[in-house]
Unconditional design. Structure first.
Length: 505
């Protein structure tokens, strides 16, 4: 069945209870008129208060300065103290060194303020516009920090023990457009976190398709969804093989956004949507297997970006592609030794059914690069455990075919604070995925350069010399040490902000 938007596809009710701020208000009113329960101002590490901090200090007869003099308030990043006005609490947040106060620092400050407000169980918050502290700053990063810091995943907890959500956050004298842009981008990140955190019995391929429908409706996108039969008919033999072992219906999802001129080449974003990876017949050890619900985080990057695109409506053409299935061990499961044919006609020898991400991406990459003359293609995938060995949870491994594009990705990484590190795709590595019985095999050399082998395999399926960069997010998609604007645990939504910066949205 080929489904195109608009139509009724919603088979199950959305069970995402939004536990994050959807927007940030702005006001030109004075702080004294604000009805918020909590008012947040800042202090730098040289113990200089922000402009509103100084005003409040005077209003409170110098009590904040006293705390500074007693060294109880030092301005270290994330360290805060509370003071009390008649019917409101004053939060003085440490901002770190003034000379280091860049967009990442302001994002962190926003995150710390939101988290502190949540821990104090207040529902309304007014925040000083901290961007006025330095010329090079704007309100986008502040809004991102506030929304990202407000994120909690509690939709499956029935007791309400986490306290109330933040309902009303207002920046005093900020830039409304920038605040709104930051909130929209951060909402895309929060959507990706939710999709990642939902277990595999909720975040199914069908559910991902429904999210694509919802986003498509909002952003006037053309949505195409192939079911199992169409996947086979299209010649996507690798995705079809991985999906064979599960009764859960697989989906091949395409979101097409045409906001740019007709002659403008589209950009493709491809995301691995493996909603549960048991390893298949090459089964994984059971310890931590639950974490394989996160194996669709690549698709969550694509959906998070597309949701922001739907709202920001940039003058660009963007195609999102998500191959989505489970990798299980049912009676029809594919087996080591099987030879598959991908969408571009190349044959693949399966040596390990757990290297399934590259299989489903082979069809997705060859489909989108064969069908479209693209400006470039990016793929996002929790592809290899080896990237965790190399980089830990701190960075995303990247590699690709176009040095200029890689440099642009690195520049966006520096601007957004989302770390990437590049690996070489030299011929020596590419030779390692050649098979003796088929065109390629889904493993490289045993135990060596596993992350690069994944990239080298995918390269075989990028058609038309399309400039392409692969993002191995197996380390960065979840499990990161808590950052001020990051989640306590679980999915991070990393790479969405980087992509939005790269696309100059
Ligand atoms: N989804 C996994 C990769 C993964 C492993 C992500 C651990 C995060 C944590 C992927 O499908 C996989 O199983 N890859 C194998 C490839 C190997 C068989 C060549 C791996 O990394 O072990
Ligand atoms: Zn696997
Ligand atoms: Zn996987």
């Amino acid at each position: 069945m080929l489904l195109r938007f608009p139509f009724e596809y919603f088979t199950s009710k959305s069970d995402t209870i939004m536990s994050y701020l959807s927007q940030i208000q702005n006001t030109e009113q004075s702080w004294s008129e604000s009805k918020a329960q909590l008012l947040a101002v800042g202090i730098f590490q040289n113990q200089e208060l922000t402009p509103l901090g100084q005003t409040i200090d005077e209003h409170l007869a110098g009590v904040i300065s006293k705390a500074v003099r007693l060294d109880d308030l030092t301005g270290k990043p994330g360290e805060s103290r509370t003071f009390y006005d008649d019917d409101r609490i004053i939060l003085v947040m440490g901002l770190g060194k003034k000379e280091d106060f860049d967009s990442e620092a302001i994002r962190k400050a926003g995150g710390s303020i939101a988290k502190t407000a949540l821990s104090m169980k207040v529902t309304s918050l007014a925040v000083e516009c901290l961007c006025t502290c330095s010329e090079k700053l704007d309100c986008q990063a502040l809004a991102e920090g506030l929304v990202l810091g407000s994120y909690r995943f509690n939709s499956h907890r029935t007791g309400g023990e986490d306290g109330p959500d933040l309902e009303d956050v207002t920046v005093l004298g900020g830039d409304e457009t920038k605040l709104s842009k930051g909130a929209i981008i951060a909402n895309g990140v929060c959507l990706a976190r939710d999709l990642g955190n939902h277990p595999a019995n909720v975040a199914t391929p069908t559910r991902l398709a429904e999210e694509a429908q919802r986003i498509g409706a909002k952003g006037d996108m053309n949505i195409t969804i192939f079911d199992r039969q169409e996947i086979v008919e299209q010649g996507m033999g690798a995705l079809a093989a991985v999906a064979q072992g599960s009764d859960e219906p697989p989906k091949f999802i395409t979101l097409e956004y045409r906001g740019g001129p007709e002659n403008q080449k589209p950009i493709a974003l491809v995301g691995k949507g493996l909603t549960f990876d048991s390893g298949g017949i090459s089964i994984k050890p059971s310890g931590k297997m639950d974490e394989m619900k996160f194996d669709m985080c690549g698709s969550a990057v694509v959906l998070g970006v597309m949701q922001a695109v739907a709202e920001l409506k940039p003058a660009l053409n963007i195609i999102g592609v998500i191959p989505s299935t489970e990798n299980l061990l049912g009676a029809k499961a594919f087996k080591p030794g099987d030879i598959l044919k991908a969408y571009n006609g190349k044959t693949i020898e399966v040596l390990n059914t757990d290297a399934e991400g590259r299989l489903i991406l082979a069809d997705a990459l060859s489909y989108v690069t064969k069908k479209h003359d693209l400006e470039y293609a990016l793929d996002f995938a929790t592809l290899t455990g080896a990237v965790l060995v190399a980089l830990g949870h701190h960075a995303t491994g990247i590699m690709g075919t176009d040095e200029e594009l890689i440099q642009k990705v690195k520049a966006s990484s520096a601007r957004t604070g989302e770390k990437v590190w590049d690996f070489p795709l030299w011929d020596e590595y590419c030779d390692e995925v050649k098979s003796k019985v088929a065109d390629v095999k889904n493993l490289g050399n045993e135990r060596n350069a596993g992350t690069i082998a994944g990239g080298a395999f995918l390269k075989e399926f990028v058609e038309n010399d399309t400039p392409w960069v692969h993002f191995d997010i197996a380390g960065s998609a979840w499990g990161e040490k808590e950052k001020p604007y990051g989640p306590k645990a679980g999915a991070t939504g990393n790479m969405i902000r980087l992509v939005i910066d790269l696309l100059k949205i």
